[in-house]
Design a protein around this ligand. Sequence first.
Ligand code: PLP
Length: 389
Amino acid sequence: MIYLDHNATSPLLPEARQAWLEASEKYPGNPSSPHRLGARADNALNEAREKLAAMLSCHAAEIVFTSGATESNNTVLHHAARGLPQDGQVWVSSIEHPCVIEPAQFYFGKRLRLVPAGRDGVVELDWLERELKRARPALVVVMAANNETGALQPWREAQQLCRAREVPFFCDAVQWIGKLPSRGLGACDWVSGSAHKFGGPRGMGFLKVPASLSLVPLLRGGPQEETRRAGTENVAGVLAMVAALDAREKQIAANEAAVAEKLRDAFERKLIDALPGSEIVAAKSPRLWNTVSALMPEADCQQRWVVKLDKLGFAVSTGSACSSGKEEPSHVLRAMGYSSADAGRVLRFSAGWETAAKDWNALLAALESINAKRTPRAEKAVEKSAAIG
Ligand code: PLP
């Protein structure tokens, strides 16, 4: 199987596996226990916290370990709902992951405002700048890189705009971390990350919280994580996550993106030539080096293409893993101004550190062969969608 679904989850890196195995043997104690085995586990946890904080450019005390980004993101929205002014609004970019948008809708209802994004897949900074002059929300949320299109977001600029107005800023950096340098992300008040998106174990993540904040915890119980997140810490998971990120940061520093981007761009050019009617989403925007979001030349077809590609040995996706399988068109593409019909023909190919030119070429050949076998009914659908524009 050629795996092109890294934005959904990535394979465990050998460094992470090794760290997990070692930690499982070396630290059998519960970090909260009063004996030496507990203290040893606690020290290992705190060393990992220091290391992660250094990679993100923040303080170790600002890191809370969680079960993944869904928990981290829910924690932020929960805190905002309980700990910030009752009449405060939250402004959330319209292209965020559902695990940001749904809790924002749940906790804030009519007090949620969506920050628009353009056809280029990028959040509109001008809108944010203008609106911040008129009102002061309790929280602004802009992700670092979009999981469906790969489009990089102006999180640094958004953070600065918010800082200037003393508005808390939250960045879901799940798709950025492990693909681009994490350095500097700690400048945001809140940052979430997820280990399994960068070669760490599943069910492991973190949240960077503002310094000296009294967090309203989502999970209540024991005093773990300075009472910010109850539950026995997953020591081996934390150590494996930090080992994975350390390994990824070294590859990033070795200029991995430049090489990978060339392969990806060559594939996109060939795809457009080989499949008339196809289109690359956010083609002109700076994007993650691994992500291709492409409209196929056939209406309402994405599941069929995914199944056919699967039979030919390719694991690809229709968008975010959480929404695939659902019938609704991608809210990200809809927010970018695509029609439901066009959003229904999107496929996402998300490569990884192991993806080579031959993998992209094989995918192209598979797409061409599927396209060549399209039925006359499908051809009619193409003509119809072209006529609608
Ligand atoms: N945020 C983004 C941008 C994501 O892409 C994902 C997963 O697809 C998540 C959050 C959720 O992460 P987790 O699987 O760790 O809950």
